[in-house]
Design a protein around this ligand. Structure first.
Ligand SMILES: [Zn+2]
Ligand SMILES: [Zn+2]
Length: 149
């Protein structure tokens, strides 16, 4: 049976969303930066949601860097990535804290399969003596220990 391409279908039969072609998927599998932009497109057009729960895609080089960065006297040792701080659902990229460096915090910001290390100043919001554990100017509500998800 011959299946016409979407562009050749009469207007009323055309899919409302652009098709994801096999070529898109093949290229996404072999080109990480294309995959990242492709997932951005899927999320921005509502075809995919940034659902937390996946491991941050930390490379061995990034992990070595996370261990090696020198923090201040009140900083923490590297203990491995935590889950996404914006859990469970949010627009745009995931963020997981890697180490508190004193005074800033080392984060990994990712959209599978690409992760980027960032040193970000801490959020300055305080509630009832508790300090928000996110970074400065984070999206969404503040996060206070003991009141988290
Ligand atoms: Zn997330
Ligand atoms: Zn905050």
């Amino acid at each position: 049976m011959h299946i016409p391409s979407p562009q050749k279908l009469p207007e009323r039969l055309r899919p409302r969303e652009p098709f994801i072609t096999p070529e898109d998927l093949t290229r996404a599998a072999s080109d990480p930066s294309y995959a990242s932009r492709f997932v951005d497109l899927l999320i921005s057009t509502g075809r995919m949601k940034a659902v937390c729960g996946e491991e941050p895609p930390l490379t061995p080089e990034q992990e070595a860097a996370a261990r090696a960065i020198k923090g201040g006297p009140g900083g923490d040792e590297y203990t491995g990535p935590s889950r996404c701080a914006l859990w469970p659902r949010h627009p745009r990229s995931h963020y997981a804290a890697l180490r508190h460096l004193d005074p800033h915090t080392l984060w990994i910001k990712w959209r599978y399969p690409i992760g980027q290390l960032l040193i970000l100043p801490d959020c300055d919001a305080v509630n009832d003596g508790q300090v928000c554990t996110h970074w400065l100017r984070h999206p969404g509500p503040h996060n206070y220990p003991g009141q988290g998800p």
